[in-house]
Design a protein around this ligand. Structure first.
Ligand SMILES: [Zn+2]
Ligand SMILES: [Zn+2]
Length: 153
């Protein structure tokens, strides 16, 4: 599927483009509407991505105006699914100053956290354990799907 280095170079020479000017796109199904599209950065198709941005913006505004809300209040106030809100919080995309009144908790020790999945001490613990399981095998195995070009202006 993915072109190997030689064909990449061939395309590169044919189009008189510089090496590294190509973005390798993945053709994926949008997880929201199911449409097939070429994924560059976002997991959603352009139409859903725009919707997602709007939703996210609404959440951010609500949190800004109601810094002490919890997840169900936020969900009610924005008409956004509570599960989705929790997803944003777990991804660390949405941050709150109060951790949604204790609604976000560390998945390991259940301590209230502001965003993400684990509290800082559990995070440290996990990274230590991962380090023991996979000792010094962290070098890049070339498994990247695409390379984004650096714009030089
Ligand atoms: Zn979509
Ligand atoms: Zn913890």
């Amino acid at each position: 599927m993915a072109p190997d280095f030689r064909s990449r170079r061939a395309i590169s020479l044919a189009s008189h483009a510089k090496e590294g000017d190509f973005i390798f796109m993945e053709i994926v199904n949008c997880p929201r509407c199911g449409k097939v599209f070429a994924k560059i950065k976002s997991p959603y198709c352009p139409a859903c991505q725009a919707e997602e941005e709007k939703t996210f913006q609404r959440l951010k505004e609500y949190v800004f105006e109601h810094p002490n809300c919890n997840i169900s209040e936020l969900s009610e106030g924005t008409q956004v699914n509570a599960k989705k809100i929790l997803g944003y919080l777990r991804e660390g995309r949405l941050e709150t100053s109060n951790g949604m009144n204790g609604d976000i908790r560390c998945l390991s020790c259940n301590k209230p956290i502001l965003s993400g999945r684990y509290c800082s001490s559990c995070k440290l613990d996990i990274s230590k354990r991962v380090g023991e399981l996979f000792p010094s095998k962290s070098d890049d195995s070339g498994a990247r799907m695409y390379t984004a070009p650096k714009k030089t202006l």
